[in-house]
Write a protein that binds this ligand. Structure first.
Ligand code: ADP
Ligand code: MG
Length: 232
């Protein structure tokens, strides 16, 4: 028991540390990117090639940070009663511009009174990684639909897109570290998502068909509103 306690304290310190590092590193990465782009505009062809490679690597670093720590806050994570609709609304508003840029949109269904327990920033990270994949899979007239409802003692969340879809072989590799089919992918997004959902005692299931789209169904244990989660 003592060892366990020490372990979870250590884990907490590590994730706090990772969050503050991510926070501090993101800004200089962005500034560096700006200056390198300026240089790329001014330089001759041969130099521009190198700058382009450097920019790609910089984007990879930023991608890894955002797959893990988009919402990381330097403070310790809090376990709270979360209003599922409020969380989904936030995720939708953050990613709507990205969806629009891809020529599509995100549609979130009517609000319902649904509550689960967990850390708001971790839940958002998990959802963002799924919805971002949906957006990246969209073609013209792409739609990502998100809805949630209560089912027995659980809350179910569906995220469905009409994008490129996946084969059974691809489906079976989801969540595997570094599995990516994208030029600029990290292959870490779903691994992070799976871990977060597991940590919240939830489950996730994907179904997909090549050419017609993908649906993720996430289930969490429901909690009554305003539950005091002492010692959770
Ligand atoms: P990344 O997005 O960096 O590639 P992820 O772990 O987020 O890494 O996803 C792994 C792979 O799973 C993606 O490269 C993609 O091929 C596939 N994938 C995940 N979600 C979808 C989706 N909604 N539609 C089509 N393919 C998807
Ligand atoms: Mg991804």
């Amino acid at each position: 028991f003592n060892n366990e306690l020490q372990r979870s304290e250590k884990m907490e310190i590590i994730s706090e540390l990772a969050a503050s590092v991510a926070h501090e590193v993101r800004n200089p990465l962005q500034v560096t990117r700006g200056f390198m782009q300026l240089l790329a505009q001014k330089s001759k062809q041969s130099d521009a090639e190198y700058l382009k490679m450097a920019l790609n690597e910089l984007d990879r670093a930023t991608g890894i940070i955002s797959d893990f720590l988009s919402f990381a806050k330097p403070e310790t994570e809090q376990v709270n009663t979360l209003d599922v609709y409020e969380e989904l609304k936030h995720v939708t508003s953050i990613l709507q511009p990205l969806a629009n840029l891809a020529g599509g949109s995100i549609h979130l269904d009517e609000p319902k009174e649904l509550y689960i327990s967990g850390s708001s920033s971790k839940l958002k990270q998990a959802m963002i990684n799924i919805v971002k994949n949906s957006i990246e899979a969209l073609d013209e007239e792409g739609v990502v639909r998100i809805w949630a409802y209560a089912e027995g003692s659980e809350v179910a969340i569906h995220i469905k897109d009409n994008g490129i879809g996946m084969s059974t072989a691809e489906l079976s590799r989801l969540g595997e570290p570094y599995f990516t089919n994208k030029l600029k992918g990290t292959g870490l997004g779903l691994m992070v998502t799976f871990r977060i959902i597991e940590g919240m005692k939830g489950t996730i299931k994907f179904s997909s068909r090549k050419g017609s789209g993908t649906e993720a169904i996430i289930r969490f244990p429901a909690v009554p509103p305003n539950t005091e989660l002492t010692g959770a």
